[in-house]
Design a protein around this ligand. Structure first.
Ligand SMILES: Cc1cc2nc3c(=O)[nH]c(=O)nc-3n(C[C@H](O)[C@H](O)[C@H](O)COP(=O)(O)OP(=O)(O)OC[C@H]3O[C@@H](n4cnc5c(N)ncnc54)[C@H](O)[C@@H]3O)c2cc1C
Length: 451
């Protein structure tokens, strides 16, 4: 059977998972090694000495799939919303870890070539790989080509050029700490074993049970950023209809979160980005309230509809029906539901006092959450390695020196909009860079940010 590592005298950095965080970790490890080499050379020359020669590490990306980066291709509907330039604490679970990591990566400027002053380290990282992108008004960034494959191609080029090696069809079953040796034995499902000096866990939501040393605390995985199933059976009749709305998530009358965007009705409930974001907070029994006129308060909406009714009467020469009144405002099948909620016969002529009944129906379509529908489709998994066991500056796991983690394998998740990938690249970079520093003998300290 083919060897995975050369098993020579070079140290080995093993990255488990060749997805978004794993590929960045591989590049970061190589770039950091080179930057350290440059510094050593400068220092040695300044002291008039020969620099100490340390063999460069073998950087291995172990991927269970037959190719790396398949997960990247699926992002942003194949366009990859790879970054959000305006993150806030509210976008993330485990915000303290994320905030500190976003700060810590800015300290890695020595290895990330700076293209544009003022841009974040991750923007500079991608710019230095050659990526061009456009940013929308909400800070969401997309590759200029509109293709997720561009992001993957550039990352693979970055890995290859920096000497990182892809090892596909290579599923890691177990990461074992070798006693008294500060090394790891990675057990591959086909029976092979890879020995490594540092390991980055970058398996995403695919982190298997029993894969990590027992000291590592993990939370069970739960699919999120997914559609929500609802109690109301009338949604079935609207299957695949899309509306633009504000959706409020309410629990016992209190509004927990609001999201505006497209809502798609499904047989079992509702989907769309607004709903995906609410799925991060929703619990069984919560109310989802759809507002089809989010830019107007009720007190403005009633006179607005009355003015429209008056104009329609004059233009048509007769009083329009409820159906006709609604037909320019919402799709016909949505109009039926709204009229039904307002207690109006859709075929009857519209009366002026009917507007006071229609407006609450347009602004408060109530649904009851039955659960998340992550089995249908989900974008992320909540759960994984406990955030409070990670050093936010290095991504090293407390109590297991040499073991680092990044991306979705860590119990961090965020709203849609490029926030998840921003965390993924950042944590991947920190993990890879610090793995290289550790292998070079530069101490990687655990920093307790909770104190
Ligand atoms: C449909 C969809 C669309 C999305 N769109 C966006 C978006 O536009 N913007 C955004 O910010 N986020 C988006 N996300 C989320 C984003 O894809 C994830 O946050 C990100 O991919 C996580 O990166 P990761 O490296 O942690 O895991 P992944 O990218 O999932 O990579 C993990 C890799 O590890 C491999 N692996 C797993 N177990 C093992 C093992 N035991 N041994 C070896 N290899 C293993 C897997 O095969 C995989 O290649 C989307 C997600 C989905 C599903």
């Amino acid at each position: 059977m083919e060897r995975i590592a050369s098993e020579g005298d070079r140290p080995v950095i093993a990255i488990v998972g060749g997805g978004a965080s794993g590929l960045v970790a591989a590049i970061a490890a190589a770039q950091t090694w080179r930057a350290m080499g440059r510094e050593r050379l400068r220092e040695a020359q300044a002291g008039g000495q020969e620099p100490e020669r340390i063999p460069a590490p073998e950087i291995l990306v172990l991927e269970k799939d037959e190719r790396v980066g398949r997960s990247i291709l699926a992002t942003g509907n194949g366009r990859c919303n790879f970054f959000n330039a305006r993150p806030s604490e509210g976008n993330y679970r485990s915000p303290k870890l994320v905030e500190e990591a976003f700060w810590a990566i800015e300290l890695h400027r020595r290895s990330i070539p700076c293209m544009e002053k003022g841009d974040s380290a991750i923007e500079n990282f991608f710019a230095s790989l050659g990526l061009c992108w456009k940013e929308d008004e909400e800070g969401r960034c997309w590759p200029a080509t509109n293709k997720a494959s561009t992001v993957l191609d550039l990352l693979r080029t970055g890995c290859n050029a920096n000497g990182a090696q892809e090892r596909c069809d290579c599923q890691v079953e177990r990461i074992e700490r070798i006693p008294n040796n500060n090394r790891f034995a990675l057990h591959i499902t086909d029976g092979r074993i890879v020995h490594a000096d540092a390991v980055v866990v970058a398996t995403g939501g695919g982190l298997g049970k029993g894969m990590l040393p027992p000291e590592v605390r993990t939370a069970p995985f739960q699919p999120l950023l997914c559609p929500l199933a609802v109690e109301e059976s009338w949604v079935r009749s609207l299957e695949n209809i899309r509306v633009r709305a504000e959706v409020r998530l309410e629990r016992t009358g209190e509004v927990l979160k609001r999201q505006q965007g497209e809502v798609q009705f499904r047989k079992f409930g509702v989907s769309g980005i607004a709903v995906f974001n609410l799925s991060r907070e929703a619990r069984v029994g919560d109310a989802l309230v759809l507002d089809l006129l989010p830019h107007m308060c009720e007190c403005d909406a009633v006179p607005f509809l009355n003015r429209r009714l008056k104009m329609m009467r004059s233009a048509l020469g007769c009083t329009p029906t409820v159906e006709e009144t609604l037909s320019g405002l919402v799709l016909p099948r949505i109009g039926e539901i709204v009229a039904d909620h307002a207690g109006l016969d859709i075929h009857r002529p519209m009366q002026k006092d009917n507007t006071a009944l229609l407006v609450p129906a347009l602004k408060n379509i109530r649904l009851t959450v039955k659960g998340t529908a992550g089995n249908v489709s989900h974008q992320i998994m909540r759960g994984g390695i406990a955030a409070d066991q990670l050093s936010p500056h290095t991504m090293q796991i407390e109590g297991v020196p040499g073991l680092f983690a990044a991306g979705e394998a860590v119990d961090v998740d965020a709203d849609c909009g490029g926030f998840n990938l921003r965390w993924t690249w950042t944590s991947g970079y920190l993990a890879g860079a610090n793995a290289a520093m550790m292998v070079a003998g530069q101490g990687v300290e655990f920093c307790d940010y909770h104190s």
